[in-house]
Write a protein that binds this ligand. Structure first.
Ligand code: TYM
Length: 330
């Protein structure tokens, strides 16, 4: 039987290359062979208290970007998280078996608590339970995500195991973070630091204008170049090569690797090539995005149909979970 595949992206702004190569691309590749759910995690974005208009606009942008990237609402179920209240019920039920110790130890909670010490809300703490509810509500097998979500998937598996153990059932499957049998991917930022991320301000967005992309890439951190043949690359140079690997041809990557190894690398050439290849990759996406975002009627139809399909699957799970937990009608 086909696997159930699910993934989602928080509605905190436009999609960037990290979102695409970490999650969306894998999902798009899998949508025809599997039972697929892809959603916009708007509840998850509430932990930072966004402005209501910005929240709504972000959901629309992401919806258009999903479609522009090739997500097909005829084959995959594409929905907005808040259109499926069953998720919230499962979240509440799972929270009864989720412990303060484990929730407060996650990297994402500690990071957020550090970044917004004035707003360490309960939503932030229980962020992984909501994520587990998203996944378990459709009893997903595979979850295409980037490296940064690995710990959340580990917790989801733990919640599933705990539920099964407590109630003596084999109800929830243990879903895996997925990238075609390969390591989960981490797309780096252009500032020499770790990952590309919205809050890090180091992103290339899928819908950035070519000029903007060029400017961002040309400003990426480099140095004087290697001083000895075949030297290891410092992180900020390795980052540029990682980006090159996802958007350029293997020949291009080999060419610059050879130049590096022979100490003949010219960063200006590398950056020009990288910018050109990112632009070639994003331009069709941006054009489709601009086309789709004026079609309000189509967007409305997609979200209504997606919510209906998602609720059908989710309500079955919640009905069964209630029954297992002893919540039954008289
Ligand atoms: P979010 O919105 O931060 O990121 C969405 C997806 O993009 C991936 N990603 C990256 N992958 C590689 N390199 C990067 N630099 C990079 N930046 C982001 C993330 O790994 C993720 O797959 N909690 C989730 C959203 C969510 C979810 C879910 C995902 C809510 N419920 C259920 C899967 C299943 C989040 O904040 O992702």
């Amino acid at each position: 039987m086909a696997d159930t595949v699910l993934s989602g992206i928080r509605s905190t702004g436009h999609l960037h290359l990290g979102n695409y190569f970490g999650a969306l691309r894998n999902f798009v590749r899998m949508q025809h062979e599997n039972r697929c759910f892809f959603f916009i995690a708007d509840y998850h974005s509430l932990t930072t208290h966004p402005d209501p208009k910005a929240l709504h606009d972000n959901v629309k942008d992401i919806l258009c970007e999903y479609l522009a990237c090739g997500l097909d609402p005829e084959v995959a179920t594409l929905y907005v998280q808040s259109d499926v209240p069953e998720t919230v019920e499962l979240y509440l039920l799972l929270n009864m078996h989720a412990y303060l110790g484990e929730l407060s130890k996650t990297v994402s909670f500690k990071e957020k608590a550090r970044k917004q010490p004035e707003n360490v809300n309960a939503g932030l703490l229980t962020y992984p339970t909501l994520m587990a509810a998203d996944i378990l509500v459709h009893r997903a097998d595979k979850v295409p995500v980037g490296k940064d979500q690995e710990q959340h998937l580990e917790l989801t598996r733990r919640f599933a195991r705990r539920f099964n153990g407590l109630y003596g059932v084999e109800y929830f499957k243990e879903p895996t973070a997925y990238n075609f049998g390969e390591e989960l991917i981490k797309i780096p930022g252009l500032d020499g630091s770790g990952k590309m991320g919205k809050s890090e301000g180091n992103c290339v967005y899928l819908c950035d204008e070519p000029k903007v992309i060029q400017k961002k890439v040309m400003k990426a951190l480099t140095d004087q170049g290697p001083t000895a043949p075949n030297s290891p690359k410092p992180d900020y140079i390795e980052n540029l090569f990682t980006l090159l690997k996802v958007v350029s041809t293997p020949d291009t990557v080999d060419y610059f690797n050879d130049k590096w190894n022979s100490c003949e690398i010219r960063y200006g050439d590398l950056k020009k090539q990288l910018a050109a290849d990112i632009i070639a990759f994003t331009t069709p996406i941006r054009e489709r995005y601009l086309d789709i975002c004026n079609n309000e009627e189509y967007l409305h139809k997609v979200t209504v149909a997606g919510a209906e399909k998602a609720r059908e699957s989710a309500s079955k799970t919640v009905r069964e979970v209630r029954e297992i937990m002893g919540i039954k009608p008289f």
